[in-house]
Design a protein around this ligand. Sequence first.
Ligand code: SF4
Ligand code: SF4
Ligand code: SF4
Length: 447
Amino acid sequence: MSNAEATIKIKNNRKSTFIEKVKEILPEGGNLNLCLTCGACASGCPATGLENMDPRKFLRMAALGLDDEITGHPWVWMCSLCQRCVYVCPMSINIPALVNEARMLWPREERPKGILASCDMALRNDSCSAMGSPPDDFIFVVEDVCEEVKSDQPGWENLEAPMDKEGAEFFLTQNSREPVTEPEEMAPLWKILHLAGVDWTYGSTGWGGENYCMFLADDKNWKATTELSIRKAESLGCKIYLNTECGHATYAVWMGVQRHKIKTDLEIAPIVPYYARWIREGRLKPSSDWNKDMKIKFTCQDPCQQVRKSFGDPLAEDLRFVIKACVGEENFVDMTPNRSNNFCCGGGGGYLQSGYNEARHQYGKIKFDQVMATGAKYVITPCHNCHAQIHDLNDHFNGGYHTIHLWSLLALSLGALADTERVYLGEDLQEVWLPGEPGTPNPFEGR
Ligand code: SF4
Ligand code: SF4
Ligand code: SF4
């Protein structure tokens, strides 16, 4: 018997009602009674050891009927629901589903305040914004930023950020962090869409991509917010529901329509494969020439929500294809392990809002070490939560690397990234290929 199991105190032969109930609602019962106790889940879980818990122990305790001990245990908020344990388990046992059901048993008001507040904010108006930003504020910020780019940045006089455009092909969601706290970060994405000739629109309602009701394990409101956003896209006659670079936003809608049986003909799509497609089709022509002599090294975080949990390794391959097109094949260094086997950074599952910051940093140490082992100066994160967490890990552990969105890198390599849009870039990239400067390619050339 391992030390972990030895610490389980079995008071009597209680029969678990919790695990039996969870088995009833999961396909194949989540394979919850097939455990071989091999320990693969626990040895590769970044949450192992936090609050003296690990995934195997959690499952064993559930099987032994220790329902009160596990369902009220704070560890359920320290597991990021990243599903790495499911990926490595020889029996594909769905421990995070068990954890999620345990979260549901917490009285709503006693769940972590930050996650609760973010879910409640999204219910305040029809934006679905976890920061409570109302539709009028969003419309104002988008118009304001777009006007500023058109007037201040030569060549972009025709830039558009359409709102409620009937019949647009793509309905684009937006993580609230940009319009609320860093609006200048939206413009690079609009420029990319403009250069690729994409017919897209925002919705004045249902635009908020993030979904903290999912992390709160509040199924009713996860469903309500997802449905509101989906119906808005449908009402505009859009065909593709395009998630911006946000892993959990993608997963919340992709899984939300399945779990909550929301019928829709919309294609639910993450943006990375579309970046790759537009490059392959010649609609976007990024160049890595700027990095030929500089040889700056880049790595990337595979967001679990968009790779392991939903779109799989093909998305991870597209991610690498886009990055290499921007920085040069020889300047990309992978983390180990990667793709579907990647470690979660510790920003998932609502961690960033949960208040368990010490645990979050401890969890994220594996990711920090992975980044440092690459020697890369930049980490590309096509996910808001990964971005925030990996950025914070750098500050906390003093890593000396930079964390940037993929849209920043792509816009830079297209010659379209203005000086005001380089907040996350290091000093070395502040002056590289500034639009209008000699040597910077004209993004419109050949169109
Ligand atoms: S990896 Fe699977 S089989 Fe092995 S201990 Fe974990 S849950 Fe059990
Ligand atoms: S979902 Fe991720 S954090 Fe949670 S138990 Fe599994 S590996 Fe650990
Ligand atoms: S924060 Fe990123 S790495 Fe962590 S669960 Fe979310 S998508 Fe995965």
